[in-house]
Design a protein around this ligand. Structure first.
Ligand code: CAA
Length: 444
């Protein structure tokens, strides 16, 4: 079966979820683009968006419409060409509306798993629960006569374990997008030892069509992305707990979040990022990873927050839920005190904590500016050298963190998870939108 035929009948499991909605969007656009090619005009394309809630599926279509409109506005020149035979479409707006309708027409939202039985390609983006993944994929296997290929978005479960448990004979590959899939350029590709060659070749072709940067990872729990992120997050928690002995937990969370965002010039501080991914999700991922390593990849604090119902993650409208931090209009404004089981506003201590951390050097640039800079090496060499000289509390914490992040990256190469340090840098820069990779000269 060639590339286009494989993409005529596709299902996304968990399509209304955070990752599933992005995967569905990108796949719908690729399928619509194939559909628009003259040689495919007689072919039918169906994309089953499978999820458990009708309401969430309605939200999904609204999300797709909004995002496809943005995509169409950016590609109006090629769309004009694709629709040149449609003489009734004159204005740009008319072409954009038609394209949005054409993309949405391919999508079949459904709460019935049975719809996935017709698919030749299945994207799996359900909860990070190995048993659930095995159950759903086995159900398709038992009822499908297509020998479908499975692209799992798991970020932690070893692919070979799914292959063996479901007896797929190599028709599965780890195809791991980063959040949000429409924005992050990375796809981490994880073939199991016996993943079929043709599945791997198709995966590369599909990733290229989506204009993604592909980094291969070995099939070891957590792969490169979570191999780094989970240890980085645990270090953040450990640092906050260490500081808490002196200044209390809430102020420590504020300080570490500020250091990891502003001082390290990252898009989000570590506690904001844990909330963005979800405290519950981070905890699941750690549970999957922990048995595979000698280290203790576990945080009792995450268990405690989870048991209190403090989970982070997103509401169905995409807005951020409270977790370690409380959000107003998407911005953190308070931190959670587990003893009081309540949030404490930053206003009550921000000024004092900022003074303790110390000023950022004049050579500092905010992440949004730094990430677009064409002279990043010069910018960061100057900034980190000035930060070191500043010798403030903020500088000391930033260097501790930067060194730890570098060591985690090198550990991933030593453990044989990543093929080389450049791959770890690419994962952090294209999956987590960092402006520089963790293996660098600034934190040697
Ligand atoms: N879908 C589509 N587009 C989205 C989006 C979404 N869900 N969320 C944000 N965007 C778009 C915005 O619309 C905006 O687009 P325009 O520039 O066209 O207006 C753009 O992204 C930037 O967004 P904002 O201006 O609102 O905010 P920002 O500049 O702070 O960027 C961010 C937001 C891209 C999420 C950025 O903060 C970021 O990259 N943060 C780090 C996220 C990260 O680390 N992700 C990886 C998590 S780990 C993971 O995914 C793997 C795992 O297994 C756990």
């Amino acid at each position: 079966m060639e590339y286009t035929n494989r993409l005529q009948n596709v299902a996304v499991l968990g399509a209304a979820g955070k990752m599933g909605s992005g995967i569905l969007l990108l796949t719908a656009v690729e399928m619509a683009n194939l559909r628009l090619k003259p040689e495919n005009k007689d072919k039918a394309f169906s994309l089953y968006a499978v999820d458990v809630s009708d309401q969430a599926l309605e939200g999904l279509i609204a999300y797709v419409r909004k995002q496809v409109t943005k995509i169409a506005e950016k590609s109006i020149v090629s769309l004009r060409k694709a629709y040149e035979d449609h003489k009734n479409l004159v204005e740009n707006g008319e072409i954009i509306d038609q394209y949005v309708d054409d993309v949405v027409a391919i999508i079949r939202p459904t709460t019935r798993m049975e719809s996935a039985y017709d698919a030749t390609l299945v994207f799996e983006a359900v909860n990070e629960n190995p048993d659930l993944k095995v159950k759903l994929l086995s159900q398709i296997e038992e009822n499908s006569s297509n020998d479908p290929w499975y692209f799992t978005n798991t970020s932690s479960v070893p692919i070979h374990s799914l292959d063996e448990r479901i007896r797929l004979g190599g028709r599965i590959i780890g195809f791991h997008f980063y959040n949000p899939p429409a924005v992050q350029k990375l796809v981490e590709l994880i073939p199991a030892k016996n993943t079929l060659k043709e599945v791997q070749e198709f995966a590369m072709q599909y990733a290229k069509a989506l204009k993604k940067i592909v980094v291969p990872s070995n099939d070891i729990a957590g792969f490169i992305g979570n191999g780094h992120f989970m240890r980085d997050a645990l270090f953040g928690i450990q640092e906050a707990e260490r500081l808490a002995e002196r200044k209390g937990f809430v102020r420590s969370v504020y300080a570490i979040n500020k250091v990891t965002q502003d001082f390290l010039v990252r898009p989000m501080g570590i506690f904001q990022l844990i909330d963005y991914v979800g405290i519950d999700v981070v905890r699941y991922i750690l549970q999957v990873m922990n048995p595979h390593f000698d280290e203790n990849l576990h945080s009792p604090l995450l268990d405690r927050l989870y048991e209190m119902g403090v989970t982070g993650g997103q509401n169905s409208d995409g807005s951020q839920k409270n977790g370690f931090l409380k959000y107003e209009k998407g911005k953190p404004v308070a931190a959670f005190d587990p003893d009081k089981q309540d949030y404490v506003s930053f206003d009550s201590f921000k000024e004092e904590e900022d003074r303790i951390l110390g000023e950022l050097p004049a050579s500092w640039s905010p992440w949004k500016k730094a990430v677009r800079s064409t002279a990043k090496d010069q910018l960061f060499s100057g900034y980190f050298s000035d930060l070191k000289k500043a010798n403030t509390t903020g500088s000391e914490l930033a260097f501790r963190y930067g060194r730890k992040s570098r060591n985690i990256a090198l550990q991933l190469v030593e453990q044989g998870v990543a093929h080389n340090k450049e791959d770890v840098n690419t994962v952090l820069m294209t999956g987590f939108f960092h402006a520089y990779g963790p293996v660098n000269k600034y934190f040697e």
